[in-house]
Design a protein around this ligand. Structure first.
Ligand code: SF4
Length: 274
């Protein structure tokens, strides 16, 4: 069986940068290092960081006064930033610059009188973060829907599927005099989605590796599944079922932006030995 490992796998720029920042703080040994929520959506990496001493917390009240809070790739909420300032907590900002770009455009649109629409998942921390910087004065859409308004501004969650974003933006055209659209899907997401679509049509089985809580991995899975029905979302090699590969010639292998190389490597080895 031939294993086609996609070019765009492994950590994206934003995830690599965040991991480097958090490990650098641990290495300095100047206090307990916390992340607000998991720094990335990959349980295996989060567990590795825990073993190095990184403490993920759900609430800032769990952070000791002399601790250091690292902001995760998805960003934090405005009220959390205010709390950190008020308490004088030390912090390191590992928010991905592409996430900050979404926030910047959204804030600009609101300031200039646009009703802001965020195309994305309302429960995702990135969307919650952006919305908070709009003082929750924004609308989150996961699918196309008509909205009445004179001026509507649209941004996207960085990891949204391109077709979904296009449909949401197009669907707003009927209800407004002016629609201003910023395509804020990040480059890493665009490259991975494009490569997955191209490869899924050439293989017999497609494997998408990544955390079950990873939004960009879930989008890759959805996109690949539309092209190749025999697509599976797995976290580790323990999720592989040898039955999936019975009689097949080619398998495509990739991972989400938060899937470490060591997981892809172990899957690659296992597949070659099936
Ligand atoms: S997927 Fe894109 S937005 Fe998210 S961390 Fe990676 S580069 Fe940044």
């Amino acid at each position: 069986m031939e294993v086609i490992r996609l070019k765009h796998t492994g950590f994206c720029f934003g995830v690599r940068r965040a991991i480097e920042r958090v490990t650098k703080e641990v290495d300095k040994g100047q206090g307990k290092v916390y992340t607000l929520g998991p720094i990335i959506h990959n349980p295996q990496t989060v567990n590795m960081l825990k073993e190095q001493g990184v403490i993920p917390v759900d609430d800032l009240s769990q952070v000791e006064n002399d601790g250091i809070v690292v902001f995760r790739t998805h960003g934090i909420r405005k009220e959390e930033e205010a709390y950190i300032c008020e308490k004088g907590l030390k912090s390191i900002d590992a928010t991905c610059p592409f996430v900050k770009r979404v926030r910047k455009h959204a804030v600009y649109l609101r300031k200039h009188g646009y009703k802001v629409v965020i195309a994305g998942d309302k429960n995702h921390p990135e969307v919650k973060s952006v919305l908070s910087y709009l003082d929750n004065d924004g609308i989150v859409l996961r699918e196309s829907c008509s909205i009445e308004g004179r001026k509507i501004g649209v941004v996207s969650q960085t990891t949204l599927n391109w077709e979904t974003f296009r449909d949401i933006a197009a669907g707003l055209l009927g209800g407004a005099e002016e629609v201003r659209v910023y395509n804020t899907i990040c480059r890493s997401t665009r490259e991975r989605q494009k490569e997955v679509v191209e490869t899924a049509g050439l293989v017999d089985v497609m494997l998408i590796a990544g955390g079950k809580n990873s939004s960009n991995t879930a989008r890759l899975y959805e996109i690949a599944k539309q092209v190749q029905p025999r697509t599976y979302h797995i976290e580790t090699e323990g999720d592989l079922d040898p039955e999936w590969f019975s009689g097949i010639r080619k398998v495509g292998l990739t991972g989400g932006a938060s899937t470490p190389d060591f997981i892809i490597d172990s899957l690659d080895r296992r597949l070659k030995n099936l």
